[in-house]
Write a protein that binds this ligand. Structure first.
Ligand code: 8LQ
Length: 466
């Protein structure tokens, strides 16, 4: 069966001159539309192969699996695979501390390393990501294939408006666009005055596709308005996003689509999981994200047992590389939250779907007085409120023995005329969230905008780990 699957082998390697028939909606028609049971059977064989490879080349995996008396050959069913212990980020940090700089799960010779990326390290020891030369080519191929699914075509200009630094998002988008024979405009983000310059460049070059974080796209729309330029005049057709929730948060998605007059596509797993676009919507299945299961094996699991939950249920994504040879991740726990379904997709791809995208990190969920509050719910609500100024902050603090939640939101009205706005918004939030909220309004354009991923929650409670 796997013989019919286009270019399906491990280690992976793709014909770099291949491009699909221009009339085809698919890069690999068979792999993308095949019977999911058949695909799963091929994936199961591949999972064993990847595990055998990792066991043979990485002391990290040998240690981890020997401790459980687990051998790659035992993986003869998905049930068996679900018992493979997950990897948590702390384990990778510890492995890199013991075996600097890449940890003993680097499965290729150091001479094969082509790119080094990493976490920003703002919340702990930074983690280094080593990507092999051959893997980079495969990543580019996978991303090109997914961009094709979004409707991007050779010759299109792709504007990359994300940090070109340790962050993998921008580089991964660029690699895919290059492989697709697009014209890449690696604009970047984050330097002083750069957003205004991005407006000028977008207006001049009129790219077809655009990549950034969702919060940065909204920031860009605001700056364009200040410069008296309508973002619709950029002529963008497709805007694809990763890095944080937003492109699947209905009000955020609509705000971006309305401001730019473009299609909004959500994608993204984790930097460690590059090709991180393996969860991605398509042009004809635009909502949520499809799980391209023949590139990365995505499971949605119970966050305590790490067994998969049935379709229709909520859980946490757990990811396994099927094509990486440098630092392959086998059951990496994301600690994010999502829901998955299996249904007929309008685009004809037979992949499962996250209909609401990834809606937050378990750690970012605010536990307050017995209720769980997702920061994305607040974002979604505020964007629907008239006179909202576009940015907000959520502060959680303990006063005496009580937890208190303060939502501070910008308002476009002058300070003497906000009583009605404050009443509407405060009571709306309270009934939506089911907890008491102290609501405050501030002037528009006074809260900090994100140039990268937004950080809107300030949890001042001592016991809360952030
Ligand atoms: N995260 C990433 N993409 C997300 C999305 N589409 N929806 C909701 N949350 C998302 C390089 C890529 O952008 C992936 C990336 O951002 O990798 P990082 O920096 O390792 O961050 C990963 C985390 O970003 C995920 O675990 C999600 O919480 C979020």
């Amino acid at each position: 069966m796997s013989a019919q699957m286009e270019e399906w082998h491990f280690p992976a390697g793709y014909d770099q001159s291949y491009l699909p028939d221009p009339s085809s909606p698919y890069w690999f028609p068979h792999r993308e539309t095949m019977d999911p049971e058949e695909r799963n059977a091929a994936v199961l064989v591949r999972l064993r192969e990847v595990m055998e490879y990792a066991y043979a080349t990485s002391p990290f995996y040998r240690r981890k699996w020997d401790a459980e008396d687990l051998k790659p050959a035992d993986i003869t069913s998905f049930e068996a695979f679900e018992q493979v212990p997950v990897i948590q980020k702390e384990e990778m940090r510890a492995a890199q501390h013991e075996h600097p700089p890449f940890g003993d799960y680097l499965c290729v010779d150091e001479s094969e390393i082509h790119h080094i990326h990493g976490t920003s390290g703002t919340t702990g020891m930074p983690t280094a990501f080593a990507l092999g030369r051959r893997d980079w080519e495969v990543i580019a191929d996978n991303h090109a294939r997914i961009l094709w699914g979004m409707g991007v075509r050779p010759g299109d200009t792709v504007f990359v408006a994300a940090l070109f630094s340790l962050y993998l998002g921008s580089w991964g988008a660029m690699a895919g666009a290059e492989r697709l024979r697009c014209r890449v405009l690696p604009f970047g983000a984050g330097a002083q005055g750069m957003t205004a310059r991005a407006v000028t460049w977008l207006a001049r070059t009129k790219p077809k596709a655009f990549y950034a974080t969702p919060s940065y796209a909204l920031r860009l729309a605001e700056v364009a308005a200040q410069e008296k330029i309508d973002p619709k005049d950029f002529g963008l057709e497709v805007m694809f996003f990763s890095g944080e929730p937003g492109a699947s948060v209905p009000a955020v998605r609509d705000a971006i689509a309305d401001a730019f007059g473009a299609r909004v596509v959500d994608c993204g797993t984790m930097a460690e999981m590059t090709p991180f676009m393996s969860a991605s919507a398509t042009d004809r299945t635009p909502d949520g994200m499809l799980l391209w299961q023949d590139i990365v094996w995505h499971e949605v699991c119970d966050p305590t047992t790490f067994r998969t939950v049935p379709f229709g249920s909520e859980g946490t994504p757990v990811y396994t590389h099927l094509e990486r040879t440098s630092q392959p991740m086998i059951r990496l726990a994301s600690n994010d939250l999502t829901r998955w379904v299996m249904e007929d997709n309008p685009c004809g791809r037979t992949y499962p779907k996250l209909p609401d995208g990834v809606y937050g990190r378990i750690d970012d969920m605010i536990h307050i007085r017995g209720e769980n509050v997702y920061p994305t719910e607040v974002d979604n609500f505020l964007r629907g409120v008239a006179d909202y100024g576009g940015e907000h902050q959520i502060v959680v603090r303990r006063t005496g023995s009580m937890d208190e939640m303060i939502v501070r939101a910008e308002c476009t009205l002058p300070s003497g005329q906000r009583d009605d706005f404050e009443r509407r918004t405060g009571s709306g939030l309270q009934s939506l969230l089911g907890v008491r909220v102290t609501f405050e309004s501030v002037d528009a354009h006074t809260l900090e905008r994100a140039e990268h991923k937004s950080r809107r929650v300030v949890d001042e409670r001592e016991h809360t780990k952030r």
